[in-house]
Write a protein that binds this ligand. Structure first.
Ligand code: ZN
Length: 368
């Protein structure tokens, strides 16, 4: 495999009417361009991902991702990216517009398998609209059966595209146009209805998510000489939580809530307590594979609500610290998380400060 994925995110999006360029707005709970980046990563088809952007991008930690500046028009950006990767010797290159966040990983794989026998593969849709064409103020009928609406991602043999693109002087809106202008053959494959381009504000509402909910509950005994971790953050206290792991009741309840909403069993099935390799595991490390399952299956966290049940420590004192930690670990905004403290009138083990319990409810959005 020697594929590179180029994501064009340098457009100004004049028709979108927003303060920030549309490719960076929050769309279905993450920056719009990240939908494409995540799918490219998840597909495992690419050695490198190049994001072409005129806005500096923070929080990109993946080593296979490079961010470069774009050009004046789309085709200038594409040309710059192709030049940038020239020395990397990729066999194939995929080019995609960040304004199309809803393509499927299946489409990437179909493109890739068609590229084995072709030097250019482009997805397209037919139109149901009757179509007309205007030349010199004269409007003519077009047979819609002969009309192809092309989408991205489009993929190409790198060398062929590089050489054609270098010579191209026309202001083209996709790479397929360059191939056609040079009488080069393209394999057209069926595109996807959901893979529409986000051009105007109302396009953002075209996809309605399904909601799923999950609950989680956990309790651990408090013991001396152990550090207390709640929601991934260290809390000063006279005792810590006993357990196979660090005993972080908040993260354990949240993990079970997430698994519940995805209908994927429970934390004990994923991390059996009789397995030595999970002994003393820090709970944030237990969260990482859960978040991968979430991403891979097209779920996003909508919100979570947590009850921490204990006499002490006082939730009001550490609320902000715990919520900040959770928002960093879960990669969501702080205002998507609520944390409530609940005491038990000094009753039982919890009332005597010998245990801490937690319950969490999670709501997920699922985009098919
Ligand atoms: Zn636990």
């Amino acid at each position: 495999m020697s594929n590179c994925f180029i994501l064009l995110a340098a457009g100004k999006g004049k028709r979108f009417k927003s303060n920030s360029p549309k490719q960076f707005i929050n769309y279905l709970n993450k920056p719009l361009f990240m939908h494409s980046v995540n799918k490219a990563i998840e597909s495992k088809l690419f050695k490198a991902i190049i994001i072409v952007s005129n806005v500096p991008l923070k929080n990109i930690k993946n080593k296979s991702i490079k961010v470069i500046r774009g050009g004046r028009e789309r085709h200038n950006s594409s040309q710059k990216a192709l030049k940038f990767i020239k020395k990397m010797n990729f066999k194939n290159v995929f080019i995609h517009d960040a304004a199309r966040p809803n393509f499927s990983i299946k489409l990437l794989k179909r493109l890739n398998s068609n590229l084995k026998k072709n030097r250019a593969v482009v997805p397209f849709l037919k139109t149901e609209n009757s179509t007309k064409y205007k030349i010199n103020n004269k409007i003519q009928n077009l047979d819609r059966n002969n009309l192809l609406l092309t989408q991205t991602p489009q993929c190409f043999d790198f060398k062929t595209l590089y050489n054609l693109s270098k010579l191209n002087k026309k202001n083209v809106t996709d790479e397929a146009s360059i191939f056609l202008n040079n009488n080069q053959k393209i394999k057209f494959i069926k595109g996807e209805e959901n893979n529409f381009k986000i051009t105007i504000q109302s396009d953002l509402k075209k996809i309605n998510p399904q909601s799923y909910y999950g609950i989680g509950f956990d309790i651990h005994r408090l013991i001396k000489n152990k550090k207390l971790y709640l929601g991934g953050s260290k809390i000063p206290f006279h005792s810590g939580l006993q357990g196979h792991s660090d005993g972080d009741v908040i993260l354990h309840a949240v993990i079970d809530g997430l698994l519940g909403a995805m209908r994927k069993k429970d934390i004990g099935t994923l991390f059996p307590s009789n397995k030595m390799k999970f002994k003393n595991i820090r709970s944030p490390n237990m969260l990482t594979p859960i978040l991968r399952i979430l991403d891979k299956n097209g779920y996003n966290i909508n919100n979570l609500d947590i009850n921490l049940i204990c006499e002490n420590p006082k939730v009001s004192k550490y609320r902000n610290k715990i919520i900040t930690s959770l928002s960093n670990l879960l990669n969501i905004n702080k205002d998507q998380i609520n944390l409530k403290g609940k005491t038990v009138e000094k009753l039982g083990l919890i009332g005597k400060e010998k245990a801490i319990a937690c319950e969490a409810i999670v709501s997920l959005n699922y985009y098919a």
